[in-house]
Structure formats: C-alpha cells, structure tokens
Design a protein around this ligand. Structure first.
Ligand SMILES: Nc1ncnc2c1ncn2[C@@H]1O[C@H](COP(=O)(O)OP(=O)(O)OP(=O)(O)O)[C@@H](O)[C@H]1O
Length: 236
C-alpha cells in the first residue's frame, strides 16, 4: 500500500509469471511504489525477486496481470517500445554489474543515458552529461584521478558496484532497480554503499526497489515487501 499523500509511480495488480509458460514462479496480487519511495524486497532464494525486477523494468511481461509505470501499461508496448521506455525511466543495478571492460569509468556511467534523449537532457541540466557522470562517481567515492584512469576490470568489486550505481542513477530515472548489488561486500561496505545510493536517489527524486537477502539493510528503506517461498508443489 502506498502511504497516504504520496503519488503513485508504479502499480502492479494480480501478477503471474511463468518462465516455461506453465508453472508460476511469481504470484503477486498487489505491489505499488510511490514517487521517491524506497522499497526493500526480500524473500527466500527462488521466490522470484529477480523475476519481479525484470517485470518492473519491462524486460519480460507477466502471463497475467499488469505493470503500470508512469501511467503506461508495460504489456501494452512492443518489446522495442519497452526497451525505449526502460532507457528513459528505469536505472538498473545488476547483481553482476554488467560493466563494459573496454570503456573507462566515466564512459561506463554515460551508457546509462546513451539510449535516452530524456536522460541525456536531465544529465546536462547543470553542465554536460560527462560532468554529471564525474559528479556521480565522486559522490559515490570514486574521484581519485589514478582510479579514474583504470579499466573497470581492474577495480575492486565495491568500486565496480559504485560505477554500476552511477550508471543507473545518471539522468535521474524515476525508478531505480537494484538486484542484490551488495552480496559480495562486507557488512560495513554494504551499509556505506546503500547509504550513498539512497542519498543520490533522494537528490534525484528517484524511487528505489532494492532486492537483498540481507535484512540488516532493511532499516535504510521506507517499506519491506517479503515474497513468499515458492510453493512445494510448484517447486517440484
Ligand atoms: N531465465 C530463466 N529461465 C528459466 N527459469 C528461470 C530463469 N530465471 C529464473 N528462473 C527460475 O525462476 C524462479 C525464480 O527465480 P528468481 O531468480 O527470480 O528468484 P530469486 O528470488 O531472485 O532467487 P535468488 O535469491 O536465488 O537470486 C526460480 O525457480 C528460477 O530457477
């Protein structure tokens, strides 16, 4: 339920999704996110957390039910239209980061707005997209000049994660999705990363849906949503 007084950004109703067309791996009657809200999604392994993020981003469409983001029904768009819509409105931090090793840090971040005139224009509001990429990297703790000259492949996991977060944040997408981005870090680094990510989201007005097994991180968020364990019969 969206807290009273907040404007809805995302609204999901009666979602059912099956990878093989038969067995539902996700059944979710109701999931809403308000503008600027910070939602923590947890649940046992296999409960469909990553699958849910894919549906919210319009990577896949539900077998039943609907995902409405910014008043747009995602399943009413073609696959190419969903790709464009995602590029404009959704920043995604993947578990494995998906950085391009042959590009530097700033160019990896710029990929976040490369396919979106809207995000490019937002990133240029106070200068140029490159200056905004540099500001984001610095805000996330990656401002040392020698570090910036390295290949992203030569960065630590925590540093790669910050580049991936900056790429998701550039151009102020309305919705930021993060799929277990802290799983390889120790507790202190996890907390520091989440605090930085959420501070930048607040600055941009972006809502966040953050998936993690680590309940210690839940205290940073406005709300927790727990997905149930996959049903035994369904898991067979
Ligand atoms: N690309 C895919 N093709 C077929 N089945 C898939 C695919 N991705 C996930 N699944 C299945 O869908 C179910 C839900 O997977 P999902 O990754 O969404 O769960 P999760 O809660 O994110 O799990 P974890 O916490 O282990 O990452 C699992 O049974 C998984 O095997």
């Amino acid at each position: 339920m969206i807290p009273w007084g907040l404007t809805p950004l995302l609204s999901c109703r009666d979602l059912r999704f099956a990878w093989d067309g038969r067995r539902d791996v996700l059944v979710l009657p109701h999931f809403d996110v308000a503008r600027g809200e910070r939602v923590f999604v947890c649940g046992p392994s296999g409960s469909g957390k990553s699958t849910l993020l894919g549906l919210l981003a319009g990577v896949g469409v539900p077998r039943e039910g609907r995902v409405v983001l910014l008043d747009t029904v995602l399943s009413g768009l073609s696959s190419a239209q969903r790709d464009r819509f995602r590029a404009d409105h959704v920043g995604y931090v993947f578990q494995q980061f998906n950085l391009l090793p042959y590009l530097g840090l700033v160019d990896n971040v710029l990929l976040g707005c490369a396919f979106s005139a809207r995000r490019t224009a937002c990133a240029a509001l106070h200068g140029t997209p490159r200056a905004e990429a540099e500001r984001l990297l610095a805000a996330l703790g990656l401002d040392a000049a020698p570090l910036r000259r390295r290949s992203v492949a030569a960065l630590s996991v925590g540093q790669q994660q910050r580049v991936a977060a900056a790429r998701a944040l550039i151009g102020s997408p309305e919705l930021v999705l993060a799929d277990e981005p802290t799983s390889a870090l120790d507790a202190e680094a996890r907390d520091a990363f989440v605090a930085l990510l959420l501070a930048e989201c607040r600055r941009n007005g972006s809502a966040v849906v953050f998936v993690s097994h680590d309940l210690a991180l839940a205290r940073h968020f406005d709300r927790i949503v727990r997905l149930p364990a996959p049903a035994r019969a369904e898991a067979a």
